[in-house]
Design a protein around this ligand. Sequence first.
Ligand SMILES: Nc1nc2c(ncn2[C@@H]2O[C@H](COP(=O)(O)OP(=O)(O)OP(=O)(O)O)[C@@H](O)[C@H]2O)c(=O)[nH]1
Ligand SMILES: [Mg+2]
Length: 254
Amino acid sequence: MSRKKGAKAKSNTASPSASTPRKENAKSGKSTIVSSVQANGVVHPSRPSLSSSSEFYDIAFKVMLVGDSGVGKTCLLVRFKDGAFLAGSFISTVGIDFRNKVLSIDGVKVKLQIWDTAGQERFRSVTHAYYRDAHALLLLYDVTNKASFDNIQAWLTEIHEYAQQDVVLMLLGNKADATHDRVVKREEGEKLAKEYGVPFMETSARSGLNVELAFTAIAKELKHRSMKVDPNEPKFKLQEYVNKEMKSTGCCRS
Ligand SMILES: Nc1nc2c(ncn2[C@@H]2O[C@H](COP(=O)(O)OP(=O)(O)OP(=O)(O)O)[C@@H](O)[C@H]2O)c(=O)[nH]1
Ligand SMILES: [Mg+2]
């Protein structure tokens, strides 16, 4: 994340199409692996390829985190990638950056290249340029900040304008741990998501609540879409999967 003082910052000028195995192999000094990039930008290496963290993967997707400044996009990504919470003073992201993580989904190695955008208005034009390459978007609001919830509609308008029509979208109400400061009820989030036909769940970068599940659900949806060969195979239903997983872990309805 290109935080002003972030220790793990990479670059805020990286290209939106930097996720091809070819580039990363060059970075890690490995020989180039020939890959095919479909029209929708999904990378299918002809052989398993290496991610920058030296993990092999079969397919790669770009996921973007969007939402108002301060809703917890960077913290959510750090929690997912490193299993840690960035406590301390809030350092707003500058520009845009990404982190990679490879997940094993039903025996398939799915690499997510996750783009962390800056929520501040002044970086909006930078973010716009990246929408069209995104396969999935995680749209966040902060359950302790009503304005961030009210702005979801504007974010959806922007997404419709700049993102691909078939982009996988999920709405996340973050900071679900902050019980005392909560001003947006879970039911309100659910209602809004239903209105727009978007899957929804609450998360907490602080406690880790539903963080892994959010990214896994996205990866499953993307993998199903790109690898579905049998037309009789039932369609993957993201919201159903999420509800089932939350029930089975007895988890996560705050
Ligand atoms: N209680 C609580 N605080 C959180 C959570 N996630 C983030 N925060 C806090 O919220 C503040 C903003 O978090 P960031 O992740 O930097 O927010 P951001 O969305 O990346 O903001 P921009 O980079 O400006 O777009 C920080 O002070 C975090 O510690 C959470 O799940 N629970
Ligand atoms: Mg940030």
